[in-house]
Structure formats: structure tokens, C-alpha cells
Design a protein around this ligand. Structure first.
Ligand code: ADP
Ligand code: GLC
Length: 490
């Protein structure tokens, strides 16, 4: 039997993206369809989503609007991939300029609880045949934005006197990042239309407040996260964000499934966004990409200077404060660094200042620029991802595909995907990048020195690079794991 699965999320590449979540919601449903699933997506009707979906038509009027004037469910498709996408049109909630979560002052919108409750509630309505032509057997909710979907499904089962397992659909909650917990004041609970006893330690309550993330973790039938190592880390006090006890209690329902790479989007042999195409067996284009990157970023045109790249949200998570402190290690050895990112003002200023001090060796572009992101991964020799924590991380996977050796902290998905170029790993033909153990300046500096040392041994460098490019992090294997999970549930 074909499994009908609805993915519920707030971002979708290429229409709306603030991070890796959008890459996943675009690629995973398509990979599931290839495995035989009948997969669809549900998103809020943010401006670029409403503008970007093709063939939108209304399928249902939503009875509850959480305070928006009107809410309707529409069905369209993603033009490039034909993926069926449901969209909630509620212009009072979603037709706002800029970031989907924050206002122009970078403050969360005051009605976020209601805006994202509508998303979770609409998912549960779809499971109850809001669209007479299609209803999911499994609802997979991504991150706190969709965290209430499992709660509304449970509420629907209780209302009909059914056991949780007989809910209108089974549910999976996927943690992309435990640091964003969707926390709101307890007073907001009343507006959500959930049974009163759901506001409980065994429910959506979290230290006196309301947490959408906890709702997902508590009410979903299964919990997944985006790498095996992160699945273990979040069960510890250090990385559990206060939810470690809940996660430990649900350990038998929790599984880490690594994200994949959409090689239709991230492939140097076919990438139209980069200066020249190349592959593991025809590498000459990579040097042209490097030269083009140095020119674009106004760095010294030096072929032999290793170029370090960073494409990242500039947040605490990403460890770029540690890298900023280590810049002298790169510059004094004749290396260069290109940074593309946006976020914390102190990091933006720190990197901008470094670029002013070393205009030949340090270049910074503040902003979000998909094309430049590809140009950096293609032009760089090393991509740095020194994150404090990293649920999966996609940048290091893109780096491997583009022959830019990833330099990463051994944590989360980074630990699961990059093998350090130690002497023994080189000798055994395993190395694919540079991995540092402790999140300390000296450990990062040593990894940077390892990168320079390997760069000076060009045969080893080329071999390591080729090995990285030949790794297969495609979605097929992970999609099969999700399929097995759905089968277990359905
Ligand atoms: P996270 O989701 O935590 O931000 P990931 O590594 O999973 O980290 O995914 C980040 C995604 O966002 C990648 O596709 C990366 O290329 C992209 N990205 C991050 N910052 C920028 C930026 N400033 N410009 C363009 N793309 C960016
Ligand atoms: C989150 C995580 C990142 C992960 C991405 C997609 O934003 O920070 O590690 O790769 O989601 O799952």
C-alpha cells in the first residue's frame, strides 16, 4: 500500500529559506516519492510561497482561524519538481514583508503562537479529510513551527474517544534544531483550542510556559532528528536544552536519520551558478572557480593560497567567534578567507573589521545570497564549519561534493560526516577533512595548521579531496529509513 505522508514545515527551497530546513523540506518529500510514498507538503502562505507556487486552487475553508480574518487551504505545486504543496492562505498572519518569524526590528511577531498554531491545526484538519481527495496516514512535523500538529491529532483522537494509536493520522516530529523551542507565555494557551489538561508537565507546558517544541516531542508517535550523533547528544544535560529527560524517556521512539544532499542543486558538474563546471575526474574548473571567487571578493589573485570559505547564519551556534579569533592563524600562513553570512551584529562587525585590516586576505559579504553561496563552496579549498553544536549541517556535505575540504568541530552531524586527515586516517584512505575535538581556540588552530600541512603535500591533498567528492550523501538511503519508520507506524 502506498503511504500517504504530509510534511508540515515553514520553509521550502527555493521559495523561502533561512537555513537548512528549507533544503530538507524541498528534497526529502521528492526522495520519498522516489521510494514509492505519496508525499505532500503543508506550509503557511508567506508572501514568496503564495507567489511561487503554481496552479494554486482552494480546497477547503478552514473553520478556525486563531484570530486571522479568514483562512483557506489551497493546493498547488512546486514548479520545478511537481511536488504537491498545500498552503494556508491567511493574509492577516502570513502576508507580511521580510522574515517569516521576526518583524523588521528582528523581534518575533507578537502573534507567532497563533500564526503557527494555525499551521499545526491545519495539518490535523488535512488528516481529517479537509481535502476530500487526499488525506495523510502519517503527518511529519518539522521543528517547533509545526510542533502543535501532533497535539491537535491527539486532541482529535481523544474527542472521538479513540486510543492515541487510532488518531486520524500517526505523527512524526523531526528536530532540526533543539535550540529553537517555540516558547510563549502561558496565557497564550487559551487561544489554541487544545484540551485544558494539555497544559501540563505531561503535555505542552515547559517550566510554566508554553512550548511548541515540547508539544511535538510529547505528542508525536515517533521523534526523529537529523543525525545519529545529535540524537544521542540531545539526551544529555549539556545539549538537551532542558528537554533531555523527556527525550531519554522516549529514547525507544527517537531515531537519528542523517540529512542528504540534493545533487540536482549541489553538483559542481552541472552547477550553472559557478564560474566553471568540474568533477572528481576533471578538476581544472575548480581553479577557475577559485580565481573567479578571489576576483569577485577582491582578494589577492594567488593560486597557491588556500582559500577558507564560510557560508553560515552568524549565530552563537555556528562557532564563528572561535574562528574569528583564529583568523591570524590563517592570514599569517598566507591563507585567505571568504565569509558570507548574516546575523549577530557583533560577528558581522568582527569579520568586517578583519576584512578592513587584511583586504588582500579576508573578504566578507553580509547578507543571504544563494548564488554566492555556490560560488564560495566551489572556489574554496576548505569550508569551515566550527559549530558549537550542529544537528546535521548541510554546508560540510556541499563542501565534500565540491572538493572543498570541510574543517569541522566533532559534534552532531559534523562528527557523522567528516573524517579527520590524521596520519592514520590518511594511511588507511579514510580522511575527508579536518576535525577538531574540543571547542577551544588551540584545538581549532591545530586543525587549521593540519589543513596547511596537508595543502603543502599536494598529492595527499588531491587524494583527500577526490575521496570527499566521491562520498555519496544522496537522499535515497535516508528516505528509505523514513519509509521504514512510516511502515512501522501505519
Ligand atoms: P542551518 O540550517 O543551521 O543554518 P545547515 O548547514 O543545515 O545550517 O544549512 C544552511 C543552509 O543555508 C545551506 O544551504 C547554506 O548554503 C545556506 N546559507 C546559510 N547562510 C547563507 C547565506 N548567508 N547566504 C546563502 N546561503 C546561506
Ligand atoms: C537546522 C540545523 C542544521 C540542519 C538543518 C536541516 O537548521 O541547525 O544542522 O542541517 O536544520 O536539518
Amino acid at each position: 500500500m502506498t503511504i500517504r505522508v504530509l510534511h508540515v514545515a515553514s520553509e521550502l527551497y527555493p521559495l523561502l529559506k533561512t537555513g537548512g530546513l528549507a533544503d530538507v523540506t524541498a528534497a526529502l518529500p521528492a526522495a520519498l516519492i522516489e521510494q514509492g510514498a505519496d508525499a505532500r507538503l503543508l506550509l503557511p502562505g508567506f508572501v514568496p510561497v503564495a507567489a511561487g507556487l503554481a496552479d494554486l486552487r482552494p480546497v477547503a475553508r478552514l473553520g478556525r482561524t486563531f484570530g486571522a480574518h479568514e483562512a483557506t487551504l489551497e493546493l498547488g505545486r512546486l514548479p520545478e519538481s511537481d511536488l504537491p504543496v498545500y498552503m494556508i492562505r491567511a493574509d492577516d498572519f502570513y502576508a507580511r514583508p521580510g522574515n517569516p518569524y521576526l518583524d523588521s526590528e528582528h523581534v518575533p511577531w507578537g502573534d507567532n503562537a497563533q500564526r503557527f498554531a494555525l499551521l499545526g491545526w491545519a495539518a490535523a484538519q488535512l488528516a481529517q479529510h479537509a481535502d476530500p481527495d487526499w488525506a495523510p496516514r502519517v503527518v511529519q512535523a518539522h521543528d517547533w513551527h509545526a510542533g502543535l500538529a501532533p497535539a491537535y491529532l491527539r486532541a482529535a483522537a481523544l474527542e472521538r474517544g479513540l486510543a492515541p494509536a487510532a488518531a486520524p493520522a500517526r505523527s512524526v516530529f523531526t528536530i532540526h534544531n533543539l535550540a529553537y523551542q517555540g516558547i510563549f507565555p502561558a496565557q497564550q494557551f487559551g487561544s489554541l483550542g487544545l484540551p485544558a489538561d494539555f497544559f501540563d508537565m505531561h503535555g505542552v507546558e515547559f517550566y510554566g510556559q508554553l512550548s511548541f517544541l515540547k508539544a511535538g516531542l510529547y505528542y508525536a508517535d515517533k521523534i526523529t532528528t537529523v543525525s545519529p550523533t545529535y540524537a544521542r547528544e540531545i539526551q544529555t544535560v549539556a545539549q538537551g536544552g532542558g528537554l533531555e529527560a523527556l527525550l531519554r524517556g522516549r529514547a525507544h521512539d527517537l531515531v537519528g536519520i542523517l540529512n542528504g544532499v540534493d545533487y540536482a542543486v549541489w553538483n559542481p558538474a552541472s552547477d550553472a551558478a559557478i564560474a566553471a563546471r568540474y568533477s572528481a575526474t576533471r578538476m581544472s574548473g575548480k581553479l577557475r572557480c577559485k580565481t573567479a571567487l578571489q576576483a569577485r571578493m577582491k582578494l589577492a589573485q594567488k593560486h597557491d593560497a588556500p582559500v577558507f570559505g564560510v557560508v553560515s547564519r552568524l549565530t552563537e551556534q555556528k562557532g564563528l567567534d572561535l574562528l574569528l579569533a583564529a583568523l591570524p592563524e590563517i592570514v599569517s600562513r598566507g591563507g585567505q578567507i571568504v565569509v558570507l553570512g548574516t546575523g549577530d551584529a557583533s560577528l558581522e562587525q568582527g569579520y568586517t573589521r578583519a576584512a578592513r585590516q587584511h583586504p588582500d586576505a579576508v573578504a566578507v559579504e553580509l547578507g543571504f545570497d544563494e548564488t554566492l553561496a555556490h560560488a564560495i563552496v566551489a572556489g574554496a579549498d576548505v569550508m569551515a564549519v566550527p559549530s558549537r553544536f550542529e544537528p546535521c549541517g548541510l554546508t560540510q556535505l556541499y563542501a565534500l561534493a565540491y572538493g572543498a575540504l570541510p574543517l569541522v568541530h566533532r559534534v552532531g552531524g559534523l562528527a557523522d560526516t567528516v573524517v579527520d586527515a590524521s596520519l592514520e586516517n590518511l594511511a588507511d584512505g579514510l580522511a575527508t577533512g579536518f576535525v577538531f575535538e574540543r571547542f577551544e581556540p588551540d584545538a581549532l588552530a591545530a586543525a587549521i595548521r593540519r589543513a596547511f600541512a596537508l595543502h603543502a603535500r599536494s598529492r595527499d591533498w588531491r587524494e583527500t579531496r577526490r575521496r570527499g567528492m566521491e562520498q555519496d550523501f544522496g537522499w535515497a538511503a535516508s528516505a528509505q529509513r523514513y519509509m521504514a519508520l512510516y511502515r512501522e507506524l501505519a
